[in-house]
Ligand binder design. Structure first.
Ligand code: COS
Length: 403
């Protein structure tokens, strides 16, 4: 594994690992049970620079590379997937489209606040009728004097309550199909305004909020319960011309590219869950005694641990290989889909085995493996289901065959 990492990578790995052990592990279970957003740890993660790892220092980022960013997600997810998705959704979905497709003025205006974790960002793509069929977007943007009027509802939006800046997609030309979709940057006040003001994060007095944008219903989820997921509603929301992101009509292609990179992030997050569950299972199997011996002396348990270790090793290579390709500026869409598909399905298999190793205790909230198993499931769904990953991979391999 070490050939993917340099000194800086190992430094960020150790720093995030310590933070996760000391600050997240003691509160993860309670946050999950109460479905509570980790505002205190968000502030601390902001202080550590975790909200802008891959962005240039001129934009307020930490000036590190994409591999460092994947390492941070991986390490956070070993302890708690909700903290990991908070960093991932904010960075890849909320900030990277502005970094990649924004004008110099938009980058200067929005990225430093996001990179500092001063405000949280997100991405509004999914709608009630546009899930896997992302081109089926119904949210409409109609031209008006000096900008656009947006109407529509986005669903399952990470940070729709606690975030303030969102990149959303809307149809600007119905006739053009996916080529008639455009991206916009919108801003709304955070729902937890008092907490945000008190902590000095999650809110900016300077942001010009778009009237008519609000958070909707909060989801009561199976997992990722300490991550904020709600509807994002736009009712006659005015977005000025200088908040159109990228070329009009390029919204679909731009979010496909954003998702390519997001998929490596979900793969790293899934790998973290699998590895976290594996570590728990190893620890438990080394302590627990039945029939007069430690249970890791039984072959039935050893086989489960061996399968987990082997698949985790394979997933590590897929994840960091995809991240390395991206870092080298090489094509990585197929490898990102493969990493996401394999690692997310592994997260489900590994957490299920970890619960099994723990026996009855694994089914209780006394041990974190039941939370990890619930947290793993969404990895096979979010940022493209396993079925969508297989479609993306199939399109690539068939295209490669036919030239
Ligand atoms: N990078 C760049 N361009 C891409 C692309 C990518 N990864 N994927 C597609 N495009 C381009 C295509 O090349 C095509 O442009 P041309 O007509 O100029 O060739 C255009 O986008 C339309 O693509 P396509 O015809 O493949 O679109 P489909 O409607 O068939 O959709 C899938 C393709 C299913 C792969 C896509 O809708 C998808 O990924 N869906 C899942 C969405 C998702 O992950 N949602 C979860 C969001 S959670 S934040």
């Amino acid at each position: 594994m070490e050939h993917y990492f340099n000194e800086n990578h190992l430094m960020i790995r150790d720093m995030v690992r310590d933070f996760a052990q000391n600050e997240i592990a003691p509160v993860a279970g309670e946050l999950d049970q109460e479905s509570k957003f980790p505002w205190e740890n968000v502030r601390k993660m902001g202080e550590l620079g975790l909200f802008g790892i891959p962005w240039a220092e001129e934009l307020g980022g930490a000036g590190m590379d994409g591999i460092s960013y994947m390492i941070a997600i991986h390490e956070l997810a070993k302890v708690d997937a909700s903290h990991a998705i908070t960093i991932s959704a904010h960075t890849t979905l909320g900030t990277s489209p502005i970094v990649a497709f924004g004008t110099a003025e938009q980058k200067e205006r929005f990225v430093p606040t996001l990179a500092a974790g001063q405000v949280l960002g997100g991405f509004g793509l999914t709608e009630p009728g546009a899930g896997s069929d992302a081109g089926g977007t119904q949210t409409m943007a109609v031209r008006t004097d000096g900008g656009w009027i947006l109407n529509g509802t986005k669903i399952f939006i990470t940070h729709a309550g606690v975030g303030e800046l969102f990149v959303v997609t809307a149809v600007t030309d119905r006739e053009m199909g996916p080529k008639g979709i455009t991206s916009f940057i919108i801003a709304k006040p955070t729902t937890d305004l008092e907490i945000a003001r008190e902590l000095g994060i999650g809110h900016s007095e300077d942001l010009p909020f778009s009237d008519g944008v609000r958070a909707g219903k909060k989801e009561d989820k199976m997992g990722w319960r300490a991550s904020d997921t709600r509807e994002l509603v736009m009712e006659d929301a005015f977005v000025p011309d200088d908040q159109v992101l990228g070329e009009p009509g390029r919204g679909f292609i731009n979010f496909m590219q954003t998702l390519d990179s997001g998929r490596i992030g979900i793969a790293a997050l899934s790998l973290g869950i699998a590895e976290g569950a594996f570590e728990q299972a190893m620890g438990y199997a080394n302590e627990r005694r039945q029939f007069g011996q430690r249970i890791n002396e039984f072959q039935g348990i050893q086989f489960m641990l061996s399968d987990m270790a082997t698949e985790i090793e394979a997933a590590r290579h897929l994840v960091y290989h995809a991240a390395w390709l991206k870092e080298q500026g090489r094509p990585y869409s197929k490898e990102a889909a493969m990493a996401k598909l394999f690692a997310s399905e592994l997260a489900m298999r590994a957490t299920t085995k970890a619960v099994q190793v723990h026996g009855g205790y694994g089914y209780t909230k006394e041990y974190p493996v039941e939370r990890m198993m619930r947290d793993a499931k969404i990895c096979e769904i979010g940022e493209g289901t396993s079925e969508i990953q297989r479609i993306v991979i199939a399109r690539h391999i068939i295209r490669e065959l036919n030239g």
